[in-house]
Design a binder for this molecule. Structure first.
Ligand code: SF4
Length: 676
């Protein structure tokens, strides 16, 4: 193609200028003789100037600035500065040393290769922090002078030298003359220096000056500095001066105190915010943060793995068949509560119940210890062979003392534990009121306490559904009217039987207990199951006329709540009279049977999923969606977030299981339909 050769002359001329015999490069490279470092530097400088390197660097920089590409301009500037500092270093070390051209170039090249480039773009604002006394007029666009309290503004230097102010004054009087002061008098210089510094401060900013004084500093409330007052007083209306008082917000102050852990968590939050705001917005801070992250990652391996992990999304896979065989046998042995966990989030079940991950627990007063304490007290109390309503209080005192001794190591650790101990005693005494009433009632007979099933030698035997052997303990089994049994469960918080939770699988306990009782007490009917809330309720004194009424009011507030079979509703209400009967939780025989069937199906379905290795990350979510703590319902108290990496705002749509979608009526209709 002829056009290829059209510009040949121009190309030739360019080649001649760049690489020709008389080009700056050839002049620099000519000869193979040894020269001193200084001589090489001179030749190199010639090359930079005559070879237009300096000129080109300048034009690259100016062009980038002109295009508002400050990042690129900064890069050019950095490269040039680095080259110069390299040459300076070379000069200080090798100026007298003789070398050939290749050695010289090798040294400069290795210097450039090892140079460190700045990571933060120059267009990020830089804050200079200076001592107040070093302030100069018109140094920056924005100046923030902080801490201008009475003691700091103006700064009065104390004389801590050997000579007092008076002694200095008298020395000066004797040896100084008009133009010469022999020794500095701090009280004199203070005032002239202060005037100068405060004037410099007032003129320090070219755009905006902020003078700030703390209301409280180091827990002391200081007066406003007279200088500041002077400025305020001379502020004329219409002048471009704004006064602002921000109240002290201690919480906010604490928020800014950080540690590595909080920094990591903040970085996580920032990263997610950036990920959410996909499109570019004005004042995009992305560059700033990514520069910062780069530095952090370089400095610390913790940040490295953190930021690396943040980029990875969750991607559940089913367990391989071999793994399933390894971790689950065909027969599954599990507690009732572990299946409730399964239905709250399958992955949580997998981590806690299959991999047996445990949170490291200190020996302290946690809810488990408190729960065990209550159970032990009530078990021992109700097992006392000679217990009657008459000797109830003595027995209670004795049992409390006995159990207290066993738990003393938990309860005597610190003042908080001791307070909890006293409180637990109160709770036991208040709750015992209802147990005492039970003893007085001839229609109630406690058949067993802490009755176990599914453990070796359990009194209630085995309980198996579709090769799933379940285990559990029923706090109390009570017989009513000599012909029917039911379960009582102690709870430290308020509980009601919730049909919707039973339908969703998150509440399996009651129905399973009743199924166990149905299987073991064949010649007995079932009356239902009840919760007893252990509580130490406070009483409003305005609700009672005399202190004597308190006991009656307390015992009135202590009631059982739960699930009752229709057949026993009236009898329980009339003859037991210790139960709050909610008509929504009264079930006919047929409804009850359907509920037991539904409960069984939950276990069967869970067993199938487990055996198939299908473990989903699927925390339950209620209609509320994300709650105030930023979690969906299932994750609220889950300690495994850092392992599963589920984040409500990010994964809610794809991974949660929505519960509570059906009303009570819809569920009952569905159960009836199934039954028929
Ligand atoms: S944090 Fe939520 S998703 Fe993760 S294991 Fe716990 S319950 Fe499941």
């Amino acid at each position: 193609d002829a056009s290829e050769f059209l510009e040949r002359d121009k190309v030739e001329a360019l080649r001649e200028t760049l690489f020709g015999e008389h080009s700056a490069l050839q002049v620099f490279l000519k000869g193979n003789s040894e020269k001193t470092g200084n001589a090489w530097l001179n030749s190199f400088q010639n090359f930079l100037q005559k070879g237009n390197v300096l000129e080109n660097m300048n034009s690259l920089y100016n062009q980038a600035e002109h295009e508002n590409n400050h990042g690129l301009a900064d890069k050019h500037e950095q490269v040039w500065k680095l080259l110069l500092s390299n040459l300076m270093e070379f000069k200080s070390i090798f100026s007298e040393q003789k070398m050939k051209v290749l050695e010289f170039l090798d040294l400069i090249l290795s210097g450039l290769k090892n140079a460190k480039y700045r990571q933060i773009p120059a267009n990020v604002d830089v804050v200079n922090v200076k001592d107040y006394e070093l302030v100069e007029a018109r140094t920056n666009k924005y100046i923030y002078a902080i801490g201008l309290s009475l003691t700091n503004f103006p700064k009065v230097k104390q004389n801590s030298s050997l000579l007092s102010d008076e002694e200095r004054a008298s020395i000066n009087q004797n040896v100084s003359h008009d133009d010469f002061r022999f020794i500095e008098q701090l009280n004199v210089t203070n005032s002239s220096k202060n005037t100068f510094t405060s004037l410099s401060l007032i003129n320090a900013a070219t755009d905006k000056l902020v003078l700030s004084t703390p209301q409280i500093y180091a827990n002391v409330q200081d007066e406003i500095s007279p200088l500041l007052q002077l400025f305020i007083k001379h502020t004329k209306a219409g002048e471009n001066i704004k006064r602002e008082i921000s109240s002290v917000n201690l919480l906010e102050t604490v928020e800014h105190i950080g540690n590595k852990r909080s920094l990591i968590s903040n970085i996580g939050k920032i990263e997610h915010l950036l990920a959410q705001e996909e499109e570019k917005v004005e004042n995009d801070k992305r560059n700033f943060w990514s520069s910062l992250f780069r530095i952090l990652v370089k400095e610390s391996s913790d940040f490295q793995s953190l930021i690396h992990n943040l980029d990875q999304d969750i991607a559940p896979v089913a367990l391989a068949a071999d793994t399933v065989k390894e971790v689950y046998s065909d027969e599954i042995y599990a507690s009732v509560s572990s299946f409730e966990r399964f239905y709250k989030c399958e992955y949580q079940y997998f981590l806690e119940k299959t991999l047996n991950l445990e949170i490291f627990e200190n020996i302290d007063l946690n809810s488990k210890v408190v729960g065990n304490f209550f159970h032990e007290v009530f078990e021992k109390l109700l097992l006392s062979p000679s217990l009657t309503s008459e000797n109830f209080d003595q027995h209670l005192e004795r049992v409390l003392q006995e159990v207290d001794n066993n738990y003393a190591r938990y309860f005597t650790q610190d003042a908080t534990a001791q307070f909890t101990w006293a409180n637990l005693g109160e709770i036991v005494k208040q709750t015992a009121v209802i147990l005492k009433k039970g003893l007085e009632n001839s229609q109630i007979k406690t058949l067993s306490t802490e009755g176990a099933f599914g453990f070796p030698h359990s009194e209630l035997g085995e309980f198996t559904i579709d090769k799933i052997s379940l285990r559990g303990r029923i706090d109390r089994i009570d017989q009513f009217f000599e012909n029917s049994v039911g379960a009582v469960d102690y709870k430290s918080s308020q509980h009601k039987f919730d049909l919707v939770s039973a339908y969703d699988g998150t509440s399996l306990q009651f129905l399973t207990y009743l199924d166990v009782l149905k299987q073991t007490a064949e010649n007995q009917k079932l009356w239902g199951a009840l919760y007893l809330q252990l509580k130490n309720e406070s009483i409003n004194l305005s609700d009672v006329n005399s202190l004597g009424e308190i006991a009656a009011l307390l015992s009135k507030n202590m009631r059982y709540e739960g699930l009752i079979l229709e057949e026993y509703r009236d009898k329980i209400s009339e003859e037991i009279n210790l139960v709050n009967i909610n008509r929504n939780n009264v079930y006919s025989e047929r409804e009850f049977e359907s509920l037991l069937e539904l409960n069984k199906k939950h276990y069967i379905r869970a067993g199938q999923r487990i055996r198939a290795g299908e473990i989903a990350i699927n925390p339950v979510m209620t209609k509320e969606g994300i709650d105030k703590t930023g979690n969906v319902h299932g994750c609220r108290y889950c300690p495994l977030k850092s392992i599963c990496r589920f984040e409500a705002n990010r994964h809610m749509k794809d991974y949660t299981r929505e519960v509570g979608q059906k009303s009570r009526k819809e569920i009952l209709d569905e159960l009836k339909g199934e039954k028929s």
